[in-house]
Design a protein around this ligand. Structure first.
Ligand code: HEC
Ligand code: HEC
Ligand code: HEC
Ligand code: HEC
Ligand code: HEC
Ligand code: HEC
Ligand code: HEC
Length: 371
């Protein structure tokens, strides 16, 4: 976190030495505006933001930045051009040719084929399909863990009676807006679905609202007037950050109110984390952004998290063991790879996806899943 901050502010300082071309700033303002107005749905670069905030440059390439993919950008399907799956009387085929994919289902006698326009998920993929003015969630999805199609998570209980139903679950208008709202940027404007303005993935402006006025002020002042800088999310408490990320990763409150119990809630990190004894809503060392930099791909190296745990469970000087705050005794078991034991990996009931349990705890052999 501090490295991220340091490099961002260094870069910003460096930038202040440059004489910023008003023309360049205006053009980036234009890009943001036109995309906001829907004239130019924009993909690829981090708008103009990375020019001045180079530390965040990689964001569009992260899984969050690619939570939704458009045709032509789906490397997984391009490298698996012919996928099939059988479910009861139906056979599914996902075919990709020159970047364009189609989703077909047949009962042997008849078949329905729909182009894939919206790929949701950067790892496991589900497709939102449009047919006769309705949106469907594909009944089958692609899972990298097994490199093949299987039933979409949560839809295991559906038994289609007709070919039409076999395409997938028909989504209500509210659900469609929610899917696009969480997986894309500028997809919902004034509570209406706005596919014209959509930018695929979770991008800068989704988290930093108010950037349009930030850019105008930057442009007009040549970069000097920072009064319009978007509200700094860094000022939120750990609880505030959990709720912020929880807009999409689901908040503690939502999970409790909805009664989402059992193993499937392992993917709702704000909820799981808040249930740990480690969690303190006012201590930034346990905030989501203490362990994750949103514009970076999640670090898949367990050792690298030791330092995050040790920020609170400081090593005692005498024996090098790990102690709880205010306690003399340490971790009697190990000095590194803390998360490998205390944030166990949990497989979803379908066996196709695994998540690290953010309910940090001592895991007792044979214990049942807490909550
Ligand atoms: C022309 C340069 C420039 C561009 C382009 C630019 N910014 Fe900034 N931004 C700045 C400067 C300078 C600051 C003030 C930095 C500070 O206070 O340390 C800032 C501040 C911010 C902050 C507040 C940081 C904080 O901790 O207070 C955020 C968030 C931010 N910008 C996001 C964005 C996003 C998102 C974009 C693209 C849509 C963007 N910026 C485009 C120069 C720019
Ligand atoms: C607008 C919705 C949204 C918000 C807000 C959001 N996320 Fe995400 N995030 C997603 C989606 C969607 C994915 C799934 C990406 C995928 O795999 O397709 C994701 C994935 C992730 C991942 C896994 C990515 C990887 O590199 O493997 C991490 C870590 C993450 N988010 C952390 C955060 C943190 C921390 C915050 C708050 C600062 C946050 N997210 C806020 C939507 C969001
Ligand atoms: C409230 C925000 C939200 C909504 C609504 C939402 N997603 Fe997601 N989605 C996420 C987040 C966050 C992740 C990453 C964490 C995870 O995997 O649970 C994710 C992950 C995914 C993944 C990756 C595989 C997986 O299951 O982890 C797929 C596929 C996906 N979503 C499809 C959809 C589809 C299709 C819809 C609409 C029917 C939808 N999502 C609605 C936030 C959302
Ligand atoms: C998933 C949400 C999310 C996305 C996407 C995102 N940010 Fe941020 N950003 C945050 C949060 C949360 C913080 C506060 C983190 C902290 O200070 O600990 C932050 C902090 C910042 C800061 C202030 C950093 C500092 O010096 O403290 C800047 C500038 C910034 N982001 C720019 C960007 C730009 C540019 C992009 C796109 C390339 C982007 N962000 C994408 C959530 C996001
Ligand atoms: C104390 C450190 C820590 C905190 C705090 C933390 N995480 Fe994580 N998170 C991890 C670790 C460790 C992983 C797994 C990394 C790996 O694969 O090696 C992870 C993985 C993830 C993933 C990817 C899915 C998975 O299970 O592999 C998402 C999404 C995520 N975290 C979101 C969040 C959100 C949202 C918050 C705040 C509510 C948060 N995290 C707080 C340590 C943390
Ligand atoms: C914000 C500070 C903080 C951070 C960061 C933190 N912890 Fe904790 N942790 C605590 C506190 C406080 C307790 C409760 C101590 C007590 O009650 O004796 C605790 C308790 C624990 C316990 C005992 C829980 C139980 O079930 O009895 C374990 C195990 C633990 N932490 C491991 C970790 C690991 C592993 C990490 C890193 C992934 C971590 N902690 C990060 C503050 C923290
Ligand atoms: C190989 C698995 C493993 C690893 C790795 C591990 N622990 Fe533990 N830890 C345990 C077990 C098991 C216990 C419970 C021991 C008992 O109660 O007899 C424990 C206990 C703890 C406790 C509670 C001690 C108390 O006073 O109640 C804390 C805190 C803790 N570990 C933190 C950590 C931290 C921090 C790390 C990384 C530096 C770590 N652990 C690495 C397995 C592990």
């Amino acid at each position: 976190m501090s490295a991220w901050k340091a490099s961002a502010s260094q870069a910003l300082r460096r930038r202040q030495w440059e004489i910023l071309s008003v023309v360049a700033a205006l053009s980036s303002m234009w890009i943001v505006f036109t995309s906001a107005l829907g004239k130019m749905p924009q993909q690829g670069s981090a708008s103009g933001c990375a020019r001045c905030h180079p530390a965040q440059e990689a964001e569009p390439l992260t899984p969050m930045g690619r939570a939704l993919e458009l045709p032509g950008t789906n490397a997984t399907l391009s490298s698996h051009p012919n996928l099939t799956f059988h479910k009861a009387a139906y056979t599914y085929t996902v075919e990709t040719h020159q970047g364009k994919s189609t989703y077909s289902v047949t009962d042997g006698a008849h078949s329905i084929t729909v182009p894939i326009s919206w790929t949701f998920g950067e790892g496991a993929q589900t497709w939102i399909l449009e047919r006769d003015g309705h949106f469907y969630e594909s009944l089958v999805s692609y899972y990298p863990s097994v490199e093949r199609l299987d039933i979409t998570t949560g839809d295991e209980g559906l038994t289609p009676e007709t070919l039409e139903e076999a395409i997938g679950r028909r989504l209500s208008e509210v659900e469609v807006k929610a899917c696009f709202g969480c997986h894309a940027t500028n997809a919902v404007i004034n509570s209406e679905l706005s596919l014209r303005t959509l930018k695929p993935g979770v991008r800068c402006e989704h988290c930093h609202t108010g950037v349009e006025s930030h850019l105008i002020s930057e442009a007009l002042s040549g970069g000097g007037d920072l009064e319009s800088a978007p509200p700094a999310l860094g000022r939120l408490s750990s609880e505030g950050i959990s709720n912020f990320c929880g807009q999409c990763h689901r908040t503690w409150d939502l999970v409790v109110r909805s009664g989402w119990r059992g193993v499937s809630n392992v993917r709702f990190q704000p909820y799981r984390l808040a249930n740990s004894r480690c969690f303190d809503g006012t201590d930034h060392r346990i905030s989501c952004v203490a362990c994750h930099d949103p514009p970076q791909t999640v670090v898949r190296d367990e050792v690298s998290y030791d330092v995050k745990c040790l920020a609170c469970h400081a090593a005692s000087s005498s024996n090098g063991l790990v102690a709880s705050p205010g306690k003399e005794e340490g971790c009697p078991v190990a000095k590194s790879k803390c998360v490998s034991c205390h944030m166990p990996r949990v497989r979803l009931p379908n066996g196709l996806m695994t998540f690290y349990d953010h309910h940090i705890r001592i895991v007792k052999p044979g214990e049942s899943y807490p909550y």
